[in-house]
Design a protein around this ligand. Sequence first.
Ligand SMILES: [Zn+2]
Length: 64
Amino acid sequence: MRLKKRKDKKVAASGEDEKEEKYYCSVCGREINEEEYKTYDGMCRECCDDQLTEESEMMFKDLM
Ligand SMILES: [Zn+2]
């Protein structure tokens, strides 16, 4: 995890301050990056894996 120290606050004056949005996994609340957010549909990778497993398990049950 990277720690960013923001010393100067003069940034905002010229345009947007860094467009660094924070994303959080909708399941476990962990902080994720934008890429993960987009890729995994708002979840972190692990939760996405979990969901996929659950879904496929449900599908299996449907089949049986
Ligand atoms: Zn998660």
